[in-house]
Design a protein around this ligand. Sequence first.
Ligand SMILES: C[S@@+](CC[C@H](N)C(=O)[O-])C[C@H]1O[C@@H](n2cnc3c(N)ncnc32)[C@H](O)[C@@H]1O
Length: 242
Amino acid sequence: MWKCLSLPKFRFHASATALKKAPLKLKGKSGAEQRWLVRQLGDPFVKAAHSQNYRCRSAFKLLEIDDKYDVLRPGLSVVDCGAAPGAWSQVAAQRVNAAGERPDLPRGSVIGIDLLHIAPLEGAHFLSNQDITDPATHAALQRLLPQAQADVILSDMAPNASGLRELDHERLVSMCLSLLELADKILRPGGSLVCKYWDGGLTHKLRDGLARAFRDVRTVKPKASRKESSELYFLARTFRNT
Ligand SMILES: C[S@@+](CC[C@H](N)C(=O)[O-])C[C@H]1O[C@@H](n2cnc3c(N)ncnc32)[C@H](O)[C@@H]1O
């Protein structure tokens, strides 16, 4: 199960105060689970996610990237890859005005895809139980997107960690490289892509692939991304589509 889903009784509803008062039930848990639970309950981004009704602390990574680089604007079409439980889609839906909450601004769209089920969200269309590397998913996206094109591809996806750092890194790089095939099919010229990767020996291969397809590629480490984690994001802007 994905870590941001691992406190189901607090999910979506618990306030920061309720979270603070919640009893720590450590009995019967392994040492690693106990350490994770203690860290989770002391984490300011976990508390902020609960108090601001985000499905997961990862929302703050995208909020920070967007605050700094202005990737999401009202009216844009966004594809969110590896979207479950849906926090990035929540941020994207707010920022592109996908639910039409601001009638004075253009209305955008968000389509989220995940191998897992994603609970419904106003303003977003979810393709649950779908593999983003599968050409059939690409075809479904082309059918669903306005004019079959997206302005932004987001990817916070990650494979189930094996615990072998270099192997996990290589698997995630290969998933990210498959996003370039998706971009060729659906990304509008001038569009952007944000993708998570775990740093390692093949990072240069991913960066080179992105640099061939986009005019500007930079590495971003948002504050909500834990310092001790090898997690980083590439922000690739101005898709060439040549
Ligand atoms: C870290 S979670 C994403 C969290 C999400 N950004 C949020 O804010 O709620 C990574 C997700 O990637 C998904 N994933 C991994 N491989 C995938 C694939 N090939 N296609 C679609 N989703 C995938 C996993 O199922 C998992 O839900």
